[in-house]
Design a protein around this ligand. Structure first.
Ligand code: BTN
Length: 320
């Protein structure tokens, strides 16, 4: 084994305590400066190693790693299906929903090979992101169910603010932005019960770039997307990805339980990046400039075009 691996193995064995440089040096028969270099290399690789004067070094648990038991404990009852990689968590969750999985069931993956985006697009899903789909069986009218996506956008922003202390803005309909770039996309899909002819459940899919290094994004996306943290080594120590996922899921479920009340819409408006601004509305492959006037109680975006005409947009695409 190399010095770096020896140091890592030694820290692993003692991961419940701090070990001094002197103790490591004596046990491995290497110099203190070799240990220091090894620690720096291990940190560059993404290992979180705390150093405290007069106590030494300690390998911190890898809180980036998603853990099924931990997620289930944090979620206190909602079933969790966890994957290292999957084609699409939405595809799998829709299958589970059709088979009868309960309200609040969550599918989480550390990467996706065929992530689905809105309007039939692909959603790039490299490692470092948090990809999740939540099965909801909202007890509300179908029109109200359409608001789930907007509620989910508020839920993600609220959860990120609470757990990471970072502020996200919402670009109508359901993109979340961090420092002027897209950091999260949401795709809500319905599951139809064909025999009963009704919408039996919804699957809310959330793709959040959590600790994706910018190099992991495809070159054409790098100027328009970002991540909460630029690689695992930038994630603050003690921040646990499981806690963030659980907070997102809990908030999505609780807001979806309160849909008819619509009180979340005020927060949606407060976080809006479009209200009062000029936007480009893309419709039937044509782009028109408009002023974003209002987000109404159905989460429609009300815009005014240059000729004074007003339109209420229920779905679609705008750019800012
Ligand atoms: C968009 O921005 O166009 C929506 C992207 C939604 C991506 C998420 S990632 C988890 C879930 N599984 C998918 O295949 N898509 C959604």
């Amino acid at each position: 084994m190399s010095t770096v691996q020896d140091v890592l193995a030694f820290l692993h064995i003692h991961e419940d305590t701090y070990v001094s440089g002197q103790l490591i040096a004596q046990n491995l028969g290497i110099s203190r400066s070799a240990i220091w270099k090894a620690i720096e290399l291990l940190r560059d690789e993404g290992h979180s190693i705390d150093a405290v004067t007069n106590k030494g070094y300690r390998l911190m648990p890898n809180l980036d790693v998603l853990d099924k038991n931990r997620l289930e404990t944090l979620l206190g009852g909602f079933p969790v299906h966890l994957f290292d990689t999957i084609d699409s968590t939405n595809r799998f969750a829709k299958q589970l929903a059709a088979e009868g999985s309960c309200h609040g069931t969550v599918v989480v993956s550390a990467s996706q090979s065929q992530g689905r985006g809105r309007l039939g697009r692909e959603f790039s899903s490299p490692k470092g992101g948090l990809y999740m789909s939540i099965i909801l069986r909202p007890r509300c009218k179908t029109e109200e169910a359409l608001l789930v996506t907007s509620a989910a956008a508020v839920a993600v922003a609220r959860a990120v603010e609470k757990v990471c202390n970072l502020e996200l803005g919402i670009k109508w309909v359901n993109d979340l932005f961090f420092r002027k770039r897209k950091v999260c996309g949401i795709l809500t899909e319905g599951v139809i019960d064909f025999e009963a002819g009704v919408l039996s459940s919804l699957v809310v899919g959330i793709g959040l770039n959590y600790s994706t290094p910018s190099a992991a994004f495809e070159a054409n996306l790098r100027s328009v997307v970002t991540s909460l943290y630029d690689g695992p080594s930038q994630v603050p120590p003690f921040l646990d990805a499981n806690v963030l996922v659980a907070e997102i899921v809990r908030t999505v479920v609780s807001l979806s339980d309160l849909l008819p009340d619509r009180s979340f819409l005020q927060e949606y408006r407060d976080r809006s990046l479009v209200l009062g601004n000029t936007v480009s509305v893309v419709q039937a492959k044509k782009t028109k400039t408009a002023l974003a006037l209002e987000i109404d109680d159905d989460a429609h975006l009300v815009v005014e075009y240059g000729d004074g005409s007003i339109e209420s947009l229920g779905t679609g695409e705008i750019s800012i």
